[in-house]
Write a protein that binds this ligand. Structure first.
Ligand code: GTP
Ligand code: SPV
Ligand code: MN
Length: 589
C-alpha cells in the first residue's frame, strides 16, 4: 500500500509487539467495507438491521463496563509534568510506554490487525492532518470509515513524509482495571487499550483532533476546539457562520442542525451544518478567523433525538448508520431510544441485549448510546462542508448546563473578556463520561477532558491568538438549561435557540443595542423575538427572568473560578486574573 519508510518501520515495530495473525490495509473501497460488515455480522459483533426501513444500518453493543469516555484513565504523557498541567493525568513517558508495551504484548494473537490510513479534513488540503490507526476491531474500522476520510488516497497524500499521528488500539480483554487512553504529544502518538467505546477508540476524534491537535495548534499558531460550526443563511442569500463550544452531551449536535422556527422559515432563513463536535480554526489572509470541521461524520447522542427536537439528525441516521447501545426492536428489527417517541417497543432487547420491559422503569437505551452517521447524509449539510479553507466565523459561543446562575445569553466586552468567560465555564456533568452525572464542574471552553497540554498555556494561547486576528469574532455565552423551582427547563430550546442566534448575529452586525451588566452585554428582553412561544409558556415576564443576573450567585461562582485558577497554577495568564478583578469590581459596584 505504501513505500513510506516511517510508516513501514513503525508498523513492523507494532506488529512485533502485538503479534497479529494477519494484517489488512483498509483501502477505503466499498467492496472491502461490505466484506468487513458481513464478517462482523457473522461473528455477532454487529447486527444487520431492517434493510428496507434502515438501509445500510447496523447495531452494536459495547461491553457493559465500557460505555463512555474514561477521563480518569486518560493520560497526557509529556516529558515534563508541568507541560500536561494540573487538569490532565500525567505519567513519565518512559514509564508509561513500558507499562503499555507489557499490556500490548501479544494482544493481537488470533486476531487481525487493520491498518487505517485516515485524514482529518479534506484529503490533501494543507489544513488537514493525517493519522494511521492500527486496531483489532472491525467496529472501529467501520466507524472510522464514517467519521474520517480513509484509504489509499490518504497514503498518496502522505507520500514519504513522516508527519502522521500514530495510533495503536487493542481491545484486549476490555478490562476496566487495565484500560488506558494515552497521548504522547511529543511523539505524535496515541495508545488505547482495553476499550471498545467510541470516544476511547476512534482515535481520529477526541484523541487526535482535540488532544494531539490542540498541542500542535499551540506550536503552529491555530486553535483545535470542541466546537460545532453552523451557518445562518439570511433571506438575501448571505450566510454567516458561528462556532459554539458546549461540553459533551450539552447540545452541539442539536444546535448545529437546528431547524428555524416558522417565523424565520417564512422569511427565508436557513441553517446549515458544517460540523457538530470539533473545529480547527485558523487566521485567514483576510484577518478573520476561519473554521473547518476535521471530521467526516457524526458520533451523536441518540437519546432525546426525535422528529421535533432534531429531525435533521434523525433523517441522517436513516441509512448507512451504526447504532451503539440503543434498544433493539425485535418486532421489525429496528432501533429505539428514550425520547424517540412515546411508544417504546414491547418486544425488544435493551442496550445490554436483555429482554426489556418498558414498564419496568429501567432505561432501554444507554444514556450515552450513540449513532455514527455520514455527514453528507444530513439534510442540512453545508455546501462548504468539503471546503479546504473552512468558513469565516462571526461569533464564538460558549455554554453549558447551568440550572441557575448563567442567563440565556450574554456577550463579552471584548476578546480577553471572552477568553475569561470561556475559562470560567462550568457545567453539570453528563453520561458522556463515566462517573457521576449532574455535578457542576469547571469545564473551560468545554475542553477540560480534551486539552492536550497545560490549561494555563492554553488560556495564554487564546489570549495570544486574539492579538493575531484583526477581525476577531465576537464572543458570547448561552445557557439553554436554566430550570424553574420544579426542575423543568424554562427555555424551550432546540429550534427556538435560533431566536438567540439572531440576537447574536445582530450584535455582530451592530444592528441591535444591549444593556451593560456586570457579566457583559445583555439583550433587552424585547430584543429576543418570542413570537409564537406563548404555548411554551414564554412571556415577557419569563424572558426577564431568563435574562436576570443574580449578583450573589455570580459572587459565589467566582469563588469556584478562583479555586480553579489556583489549581492551574503559575502558568495562568495575568490577563485572565485582570479580567477576574474587573468582573469582581463590576459585581461589587
Ligand atoms: P457530544 O456528542 O457528547 O459532544 O454532545 P453534544 O454537545 O453534541 O450534545 P447533543 O446535541 O447530542 O445533546 C445532548 C443532549 O442534550 C440530548 O439529550 C438533547 O436532547 C439535549 N439538548 C440539546 N439541545 C437542547 C436544548 O436546547 N434544550 C434542552 N433542554 N436540551 C437540549
Ligand atoms: C463527547 O463525549 O464529547 C463526544 C463523544 O463527542 S466521544 O467521541 O465519546 O468523545
Ligand atoms: Mn463531543
Amino acid at each position: 500500500m505504501t513505500k513510506n519508510t516511517a510508516v513501514l518501520n513503525w508498523l513492523e515495530e507494532m506488529k512485533n509487539l502485538v503479534k497479529p495473525d494477519k494484517v489488512v490495509w483498509i483501502d477505503g473501497s466499498k467492496e472491502q467495507a461490505d466484506e468487513l460488515r458481513a464478517e462482523a455480522c457473522a461473528t455477532g459483533e454487529m447486527i444487520a438491521l431492517n434493510q428496507e426501513k434502515l438501509p445500510g444500518c447496523y447495531l452494536h453493543r459495547t461491553a457493559v463496563n465500557d460505555v463512555a469516555r474514561v477521563e480518569g484513565r486518560t493520560f497526557i504523557c509529556t516529558s515534563k509534568k508541568e507541560d500536561a498541567g494540573a487538569t490532565n493525568n500525567w505519567c513519565d513517558p518512559k514509564e508509561m510506554y513500558a507499562k503499555l508495551y507489557k499490556l500490548y504484548d501479544g494482544s493481537y494473537q488470533g486476531r487481525t490487525m487493520y491498518v487505517i490510513p485516515y485524514s482529518m479534513g479534506v484529503i490533501g488540503s494543507k489544513f488537514s492532518k493525517i493519522g494511521i490507526e492500527l486496531t483489532d476491531s472491525i467496529y472501529v474500522v467501520l466507524n472510522m470509515l464514517i467519521m474520517t476520510r480513509v484509504g489509499t488516497a490518504v497514503l498518496e497524500a502522505l507520500g514519504d513524509s513522516p508527519d502522521f499521528v500514530k495510533g495503536l488500539h487493542a481491545k484486549k480483554d476490555i478490562d476496566e482495571e487495565n484500560r488506558y487512553i494515552v497521548h504522547f504529544p511529543e511523539d505524535n502518538t496515541i495508545m488505547s487499550v482495553n476499550s471498545g467505546y467510541g470516544g476511547n477508540v476512534l482515535l481520529g476524534k477526541k484523541c487526535f483532533a482535540l488532544r494531539i491537535a490542540s498541542y500542535l495548534a499551540r506550536k503552529e499558531g491555530w486553535l483545535a476546539e470542541h466546537m460545532l460550526i453552523l451557518g445562518v443563511e439570511a433571506p438575501n442569500g448571505e450566510t454567516r457562520y458561528i462556532c459554539a463550544a458546549f461540553p459533551s452531551a450539552c447540545g452541539k449536535t442539536n444546535l448545529a442542525m437546528l431547524i428555524p422556527p416558522e417565523i424565520y422559515q417564512k422569511k427565508g432563513y436557513k441553517v446549515w451544518c458544517v460540523g457538530d463536535d470539533i473545529a480547527w480554526l485558523r487566521v485567514g489572509p483576510d484577518g478573520r478567523l476561519w473554521a473547518m470541521n476535521p471530521e467526516n461524520g457524526f458520533f451523536g447522542v441518540a437519546p432525546g433525538t426525535n422528529l421535533k427536537s432534531n429531525p435533521n439528525a434523525l433523517h441522517t441516521t436513516e441509512r448507512d448508520t451504526i447504532f451503539t447501545n440503543v434498544v433493539h426492536n425485535l418486532e421489525d428489527n429496528t432501533v429505539w431510544w428514550e425520547g424517540l417517541n412515546k411508544t417504546p417497543p414491547t418486544n425488544a432487547l435493551n442496550w445490554k441485549g436483555e429482554k426489556w420491559d418498558p414498564a419496568s422503569g429501567e432505561k432501554g437505551a444507554h444514556p450515552n448510546s450513540r449513532f455514527t452517521a455520514v455527514a453528507k447524509n444530513c439534510p442540512c449539510i453545508s455546501k462548504e462542508f468539503d471546503s479546504t479553507t473552512g468558513v469565516p466565523i462571526d461569533a464564538i459561543i460558549f455554554g453549558g448546563r447551568r440550572a441557575k446562575t448563567a442567563p440565556l445569553v450574554y456577550q463579552s466586552y471584548d476578546w480577553n473578556h471572552g477568553v475569561y468567560v470561556g475559562s470560567a465555564m462550568a457545567s453539570e456533568t453528563t453520561a458522556a463520561a463515566s462517573g457521576a452525572v449532574g455535578v457542576v464542574r469547571r469545564d473551560p471552553m468545554a475542553m477540560l477532558p480534551f486539552c492536550g497540554y497545560n490549561m494555563g498555556d492554553y488560556f495564554a494561547h487564546w489570549i495570544e491568538m486574539g492579538k493575531k486576528i484583526p477581525h476577531a469574532p465576537k464572543i458570547f455565552n448561552v445557557n439553554w438549561f436554566r430550570t424553574d423551582d420544579e426542575g423543568n427547563f424554562i427555555w424551550p430550546g432546540f429550534g427556538d435557540n435560533m431566536r438567540v442566534l439572531m440576537w447574536i448575529l445582530d450584535r455582530c452586525e451592530e444592528k441591535v443595542g444591549a444593556v451593560q451588566t456586570p457579566i457583559g452585554y445583555m439583550p433587552k428582553p424585547e430584543d429576543i423575538n418570542i413570537e409564537g412561544l406563548e404555548d411554551e409558556g414564554i412571556t415577557p415576564a419569563v424572558m426577564k427572568d431568563l435574562l436576570s443576573v443574580d449578583k450573589d450567585l455570580w459572587k459565589e461562582d467566582i469563588k469556584g473560578v478562583k479555586e480553579f485558577y489556583a489549581k492551574i497554577g503559575d502558568r495562568m495568564p495575568k490577563e485572565l486574573y485582570d479580567e477576574l478583578d474587573k468582573f469582581e469590581a463590576r459585581l461589587h459596584a
